[in-house]
Design a protein around this ligand. Structure first.
Ligand SMILES: [Zn+2]
Length: 184
């Protein structure tokens, strides 16, 4: 089932880069249907708050399709883990993607040694992920993969993964080409 979900994300992204529009339905009937029957999103996406990363659009997804968790730098706090647990366990979503992106400002700020006030809580997380790596593209991948690792610290999520009810992987969105690639 998570293979189907991953396939759907890949097809959705292919449509996005070739057609430059979102074909999903956003209308009263769809809203009514989801209100009456509840949501059953096919994927959980943990991604950056960057305005150039519109999660639904880049996967040609619509209402009720994706459970999206966002913060600057797609880092993982207990609140993000709790959100992912909710979607995976209670909504039965079987695919979780941590979607990093190219030219991520949070990663750049970490490399530049910036990070004041509460931003520090983000750059500290990213620093832990990238260690001494300096290449921004490599750092973005390291950060996304580290977030996957952090999510798996949750006994609920790791159990769902071990029992093949959940697949968790990292992906990368190229903000220029619009393409998403997933780790193997
Ligand atoms: Zn970012």
């Amino acid at each position: 089932m998570y293979n189907e979900a991953l396939k759907q994300l890949k097809i959705g992204n292919e449509y996005y880069v070739t057609h430059n529009c979102n074909p999903a339905v956003f209308d009263n009937a769809k809203r009514r249907e989801l209100t009456e029957h509840g949501q059953k999103p096919y994927a959980i996406i943990v991604t950056c708050g960057d305005s150039r990363v519109p999660a639904e659009h880049l996967f040609s997804a619509g209402l009720g399709d994706l459970f999206v968790i966002r913060n600057a730098g797609n880092v993982i706090s207990p609140i993000d883990i709790g959100s992912a647990e909710y979607a995976a366990e209670h909504l039965g979503t079987s695919l979780l993607v941590v979607l990093g992106h190219t030219h991520c400002g949070a990663v750049a700020a970490t490399l530049e040694g910036d990070g004041e006030s509460y931003i520090r809580s983000i750059t500290d997380e990213i620093k832990e992920a990238i260690q001494e790596e300096k290449d921004p593209r490599k750092c973005e991948w390291l950060n996304a993969k580290n977030s996957v690792k952090k999510l798996l610290q949750s006994p609920i999520l790791s159990h769902l993964k071990e029992t093949n009810k959940l697949n968790i992987l990292a992906g990368m969105y190229d903000i220029e080409s619009g393409r998403v690639v997933f780790e193997d």
